[in-house]
Design a protein around this ligand. Structure first.
Ligand SMILES: CC(C)(COP(=O)(O)OP(=O)(O)OC[C@H]1O[C@@H](n2cnc3c(N)ncnc32)[C@H](O)[C@@H]1OP(=O)(O)O)[C@@H](O)C(=O)NCCC(=O)NCCS
Length: 179
């Protein structure tokens, strides 16, 4: 499947990455509302209208075409052509050879290595054909599964800053992978 602008999917062994479709907003909302999924995220209330508007605005774009805005990719299990999660990617405005990623897998499909495979695949594309120098992922220091995914995908810890989440003190970790 290609998006309207002709972006070819990034294909891994078991999952592929392609633009998330507006028609998939309800599926994404369903798993993002799960308290386990939302725990370390800054989403607050997940607004269906807002997600649909974001996905509609993304339709004419390709991932990382302009610095700044996020682009949401679907993580699709190839065997069943099933949406299992999403992966956001953006080029940083302040360092345009750097990208940031964020990833989510629906609870029913976690623990199978899908996030690790998706993160490895996007890094191969960003640091290979897309020609970027560095990919970062920022996460709560208590988010063990996310840290494990980053480390399994070849990221190393680059920074740790004290922060607050829901009013409670926490540490925000920046992980990086360089070309
Ligand atoms: C982080 C997340 C994407 C991982 O997805 P996943 O598909 O289960 O990840 P994988 O199966 O590729 O790998 C998970 C790793 O975490 C470990 N793990 C999975 N669930 C865990 C848990 N509840 N506690 C501790 N470790 C856990 C797995 O053993 C695996 O470790 P390993 O690589 O050493 O074997 C998923 O938990 C999620 O969507 N969380 C909510 C959203 C979020 O916090 N995203 C990160 C923001 S940057």
């Amino acid at each position: 499947m290609q998006c309207v602008t002709g972006f070819a999917p990034i294909v891994g062994e078991r999952v592929l990455l392609r633009p998330l479709l507006r028609a998939e907003a309800r599926l994404v909302i369903a798993y993002r509302r799960d308290p386990q999924v939302a725990r370390f995220q800054g989403w607050g209330v997940v607004d269906p209208g807002e997600i649909e508007r974001d996905l509609a605005a993304m339709e004419p774009r390709t991932p990382c075409d302009v610095p700044g805005p996020w682009f949401q990719l679907a993580i699709v299990e190839r065997e069943r052509d099933l949406l299992v999660g999403d992966l956001g990617v953006r080029v940083l405005s302040e360092a345009q050879d750097n990208a940031e990623i964020g990833y989510t897998v629906a609870p029913a499909y976690q623990g199978r290595g899908y996030a690790t495979e998706a993160v490895s695949a996007i890094c191969a594309w960003l640091l290979g054909p897309r020609g970027l120098a560095r990919v970062i992922a920022i996460m709560d220091g208590r988010n063990t599964p996310s840290i494990s995914v980053a480390e399994s995908a070849g990221f190393t810890r680059a920074a740790a800053i004290e922060s607050k989440h829901g009013g409670a003190p926490t540490t925000l970790l920046t992980y990086e992978r360089r070309a």
